[in-house]
Design a protein around this ligand. Sequence first.
Ligand SMILES: [Zn+2]
Length: 255
Amino acid sequence: MTAQTQLFPCLKDNYGVLVHDPATGATAAIDAPEAAPVEAALAASGWTLTDILVTHHHGDHTGGIAELKRRYHCRVVAPRREADKIPAVDVEVGEGDRVEVGSLTAEVIETPGHTLGQVNYFFPADKLLFAGDTLFSIGCGRVIEGTAELMWQSLLKLRALPDNTAIFCGHEYTDANIRFALTIEPGNPALQARAAEAKRQIAAGTPTIPSRMGDEKRANVFLRADEPEVAAAVGLAGEPAAKVFAEVRARKNRF
Ligand SMILES: [Zn+2]
């Protein structure tokens, strides 16, 4: 049976999302920025929380866990390498592990960089990727704990997923990401198309999430550091992709 999702805003610009298995009734929250919007989404859908799948330890992804755990006695699944920084963890996971939400199965993909233990949850049957703060629509997370080389390798792992993968990320940063990406690749037609689409979505008050991996491969400059035109655009023609990625990321930090 097909997984159902419900996306909703939390805090200032975070997203919460629920993944529901209609076959068993199991429902997972991907991260829990705060408890109240998760509970409101559960009430609106009539779903009951059974699991929280945590991507990383930052407070804007974990702030609601303790309260939700008390109320629903749900299972908390979290990255092994950060479990000591996340409340109420029941199951620790790492690269290649499988997590079941009812009859749905997620594969765990480690993507160190934003934090060192960050994990993504990929549901291969439904082609759903929950990318936390690693990959954003037309952007990527800040490299806070890892190195640019580590983050680039992490992004390559996500880029290897199928083009029809729907990407749910942790924040609504698409508009700023597009404005920045256009400074590097103003002539990229895929980026121009995504910019027009996002403009329509934002004007209509709808989320720009989920995005699609095929579009990100063509339009997200952070996934394109190994394209010669991106290297040339930042004055690093012929240099290694990780170095190009580091320069693009540094420019975004100053943008
Ligand atoms: Zn974060």
